[in-house]
Design a protein around this ligand. Structure first.
Ligand code: COA
Length: 248
């Protein structure tokens, strides 16, 4: 049976940021790899971001053999929100929805929190560091402005300043997702992230979702500690590779 899904999608946002024609591919398999490479060459793609399930080592090894290199491992955690115990909403940290005019404050928190982050962009030595940082700050800004990027943005306040944010969406009526979270460096280690997660769970529950998912880099131990304490369990893992078409 033929797979009608296009093997890759161009990424205008990445192209604008990094100045090279960029494409993204998900759920790459060893058998689909030749068609993916053909498609990228035909479309004059210079830089490809490709993902496969961590369980599909054949796909990973085929990508390695074709000059891709590993840039991160994403882990997905899930929580059944219909099961207790529910963490107390009173976390001692003020969390509320973002208000119009606060978009740039959220962007500034993201710029601070994600400087030199441990994601796949920063893991690629060919990408400019400052531009990699901008991936996250502009994502946070767009989350405040565009409903197709995030359905809700929560902010955490301390002494009248925004020090943390969380972006959320519903993937389906039954499943909510916590997408991008960040806490300003000066406010880290004080439970702000935990408070954002607790309110994020409440946001999903209030919209009728019985399940919430979150994801991060395997090496981001700080958030995984919080998730496991809040009843989330490891659910899935995905490998991210990069390939440069002018490379070997
Ligand atoms: C990860 C992050 C959100 C944690 O925020 P936080 O408000 O400091 O988290 P909390 O205070 O609720 O603490 C959570 C746990 O992480 C630990 N922690 C906080 N910052 C940490 C850091 N920079 N390095 C290692 N551990 C850290 C805390 O000590 C705590 O663990 P503990 O209870 O065992 O001590 C924040 O460091 C951050 O914004 N990092 C960069 C962006 C990021 O990773 N975002 C999440 C993925 S989208």
């Amino acid at each position: 049976m033929s797979d009608a899904r296009p093997p890759a999608a161009l990424s205008p946002l990445d192209e604008e940021r990094f100045g090279v024609r960029t494409a993204k591919a998900s759920a790459v398999t060893a058998s689909a790899l030749p068609a993916l490479l053909d498609c990228c060459r035909r479309e004059r793609v210079a830089f490809l971001i490709a993902r496969c399930p961590a369980s599909d080592l054949r796909a990973a090894q085929a990508m390695e053999a074709a000059g891709f290199f590993l840039t991160d491992t994403l882990v997905y955690y899930a929580r059944d929100l219909t099961r207790g115990p529910e963490p107390p909403e009173d976390t001692g940290v003020g969390v509320r929805s973002v208000r119009p005019g606060e978009e740039h404050a959220v962007q500034a928190v993201a710029a601070d929190a994600f400087r030199d982050y441990l994601g796949h962009y920063h893991a690629d030595p060919r990408l400019d560091r400052a531009r990699c940082d901008e991936v996250y700050s502009s994502w946070a800004l767009r989350s405040c402005l565009l409903r197709e990027v995030a359905e809700a943005v929560l902010v955490a306040e301390r002494e009248g300043r925004i020090v943390g944010f969380a972006t959320l969406k519903l993937n389906s009526p039954g499943e909510g997702e916590g997408i991008l979270f960040g806490v300003a460096r000066a406010a880290q280690g004080l439970g702000v992230y935990r408070a954002l997660m607790v309110r994020g769970m409440g946001w999903c529950r209030a919209r009728g979702a019985g399940r919430m998912i979150v994801s991060t880099q395997l090496t981001n131990t700080a958030v995984q500690r919080v998730w496991t304490r809040l009843g989330f369990e490891l659910d899935d893992a995905v490998l991210t590779f990069h390939k440069w078409f002018d490379g070997p």
